[in-house]
Ligand binder design. Structure first.
Ligand code: ATP
Ligand code: MG
Length: 561
């Protein structure tokens, strides 16, 4: 069902690349990069950028680099570096031998800073952060020149050298570009190029540097050094493009990649800011970065998403310059489509209710044949044991019900999937009136066919009590119960909008025996219940995570409200 192979996407970025190739720009070469900051795990928004950058490279016989944009040592961590690589690979992309770190270029970036100083295009500024803000002016008002703007070249060179050697306190000085304090674009009002970060240990360069280049200075240089042709980034960088171009126009580098912006993915019922995701993890509101409710790639993987479904989702949402918010239902529909075609069927009873089939011989076991997929014979069949005592789901029984309830009712019949028709003869209750057991009888003439003259419409799932394996099943749902949890409206913090029903753990589920051998990460449809995958983080315990329900139950809710 994957449309991925069937058609290549078209979008405005690919049109630009087509035109560039037709005009032999960059000698017809296409080189992109995916530049994450290693300060958190990758999320579904990053997947959009990964699919775009690696996808473009693939389709144009180009290359895509993985580059860690590591200029903020305090927030970064090698664990994130490993996790990011794992996630990009898992999504199905490969940077081959092109793994880079912006920190690889610190020496060169520094050389370019010296060049700018020597050309009178950068200066060391001693204003405090607050003063700098004041001097910068506003959108309506031009900024004022820093008193340090006309510092002599020699003094600037000396001060930057000493900043580098660690002679000055954090925040006491910065290196700034000398551009235009009256520019209508605030980013061009002498932006900071370097700041002091004293005594922090960088995960790649250790304590070698006491100054770190800013993103806006690092990024164009890194792109150019790697020979990137098309530097694709999200819309909020559009206002930074003049600075990107200024940097490359004013240093001695002969490569000038083209920055092109596209809109970021916003997904309803979740948050995507790494700062907020970090908060959820650090405050224990979720169980780590790979909690199956997180929008992280690691979370989606543990939840049971396939790499193909995430790639397909990214293709379905497309690439444009229009800011929008994608419905969570779209992501869920993609994995549902994938698993509907590709997940074998199994039976699992989530809320077991014991059924004793009184006319079935004690000690007898039959192996019933059941198709692993209703539409696709290639999935083959499996044997499921049937015996005198089975479990059905509590939800599938009522003492009395109207005709709409096509399950088991007292004194009525229902078919056990791939098995016999049974009739409920008696309901057993405990002292509190809670149903503990059903007494039923089966019709031996009904295996695989409807009894003459009787129409049994309802079919329910079941497992043989003696053969079932007990498991924990975690019913995951959307992490937030609000479509835009971090909109800040009504002064409500996003954490107050966590869906208390986002994880319901059922400890006493009864599954058909073959599921005991499921591999961690293996996916199934539990008939009539949804799609599930064996948890990868539960050691020897048998735990299944619900990936997605069979139908979109939120769509109905949303229509109502
Ligand atoms: P945050 O601001 O939450 O830290 P970020 O955008 O700074 O996120 P990076 O690690 O810098 O995160 O992102 C790496 C790349 O992924 C960038 O090119 C960025 O534009 C892209 N990206 C990040 N979030 C999204 C998103 N929601 N949709 C599309 N692309 C995204
Ligand atoms: Mg960033």
């Amino acid at each position: 069902m994957s449309t991925e192979e069937a058609s290549k996407p078209t979008n405005f970025i690919r049109h630009i690349i087509d035109a560039d190739i037709a005009a032999s720009k960059n000698n017809g070469k296409v080189a992109t990069r995916f530049p994450p900051e290693p300060n958190g795990y990758l999320h579904i928004g990053h997947a959009k950028s990964i699919v775009l950058n690696f996808g473009v490279a693939e389709d144009y016989n180009g290359t895509c680099n993985l580059r860690f944009d590591d200029t903020n040592p305090e927030k970064e961590d090698v664990d994130f570096i490993h996790a990011i690589q794992e996630d990009v690979h898992w999504l199905g992309f490969d940077w081959q031998d092109r793994l880079f770190y912006a920190s690889d270029y610190f020496e060169k970036i520094y050389e370019f800073a010296l060049e700018l100083i020597k050309a009178g295009k950068a200066y060391v500024c001693d204003l405090s952060a607050e003063e700098t803000r004041e001097y910068r002016g506003t959108l309506k008002e031009a900024g004022r020149a820093s008193p340090f703007r006309e510092r002599a070249v020699e003094e600037n060179l000396d001060l930057l050298e000493r900043m580098k050697l660690g002679e000055f306190k954090d925040g006491s000085r910065v290196l700034r570009a000398k551009i235009d304090m009256a520019s209508p674009n605030m980013n061009m009002r002498d932006p900071t190029l370097y700041r002091i970060r004293h005594g922090v240990v960088h995960h790649q360069t250790g304590d070698e540097w006491s100054i770190y280049p800013m993103y806006d200075f690092t990024h164009p240089i890194s792109d150019a050094l790697e020979g990137i042709t098309h530097s694709l980034c999200t819309l909020e960088f559009a206002d930074h493009r003049p600075l990107y171009d200024w940097v490359l126009d004013n240093i001695s580098i002969d490569c000038h990649p083209q920055q092109i912006e596209f809109s970021r993915l916003n997904l309803q019922y979740t948050v995507m800011s790494k700062r907020k995701l970090t908060q959820l993890v650090e405050e224990g509101l979720v169980n780590g970065w790979d909690d199956p409710r997180m929008p992280t790639i690691a979370g989606l993987r543990r939840r049971g998403f396939t790499p193909a479904s995430i790639r397909e989702f990214c293709l379905r949402i497309g690439i444009s310059k229009v800011e929008n918010s994608v419905e969570m239902g779209m992501l869920e529909a993609t994995i549902r489509d994938d698993l509907n075609s590709n997940a074998p069927r199994r039976m699992g009873v989530l809320n077991p209710l014991k059924v004793i089939i009184e006319n079935y011989p004690e000690g007898q076991v039959e192996e019933l044949n059941s198709a692993n997929h209703p539409q696709n014979e290639e999935f083959g069949k499996r044997k499921i044991p049937f015996s005198r005592e089975v479990y059905i789901d509590r939800e599938d029984f009522r003492e009395s019900a109207n005709k709409k309830f096509k399950r088991l009712v007292l004194d009525k019949e229902v078919r056990l999937r791939s098995g016999y028709v049974i009739r409920c003869d008696q309901v057993i209750k405990d002292e509190q009136g809670e149903i503990t057991e059903l007494r039923c009888s089966y019709d031996p003439e009904t295996l695989g066919k409807n009894p003459e003259g009787r129409k049994v419409k309802g079919v329910i799932h079941w497992v043989s009590a003696a053969h079932a394996v007990q498991a924990e099943v975690r019913l995951y749902d959307r992490l937030f119960n609000h479509p835009t949890p971090d909109d800040g409206k009504d002064g409500v913090d996003f954490k107050e909008r966590i869906n208390p029903q986002s994880l319901i753990a059922l400890n006493n589920c009864m599954l058909e025996p073959s599921l005991a051998d499921a591999e961690p990460g293996e996916r199934f449809q539990f008939e009539r219940e949804g799609y599930f995958c064996r948890d990868t983080g539960s050691e020897d315990k048998l735990v299944f995570n619900r990936t997605v329900t069979l139908r979109d139950s939120w769509a109905k809710e949303e229509q109502k409200s």
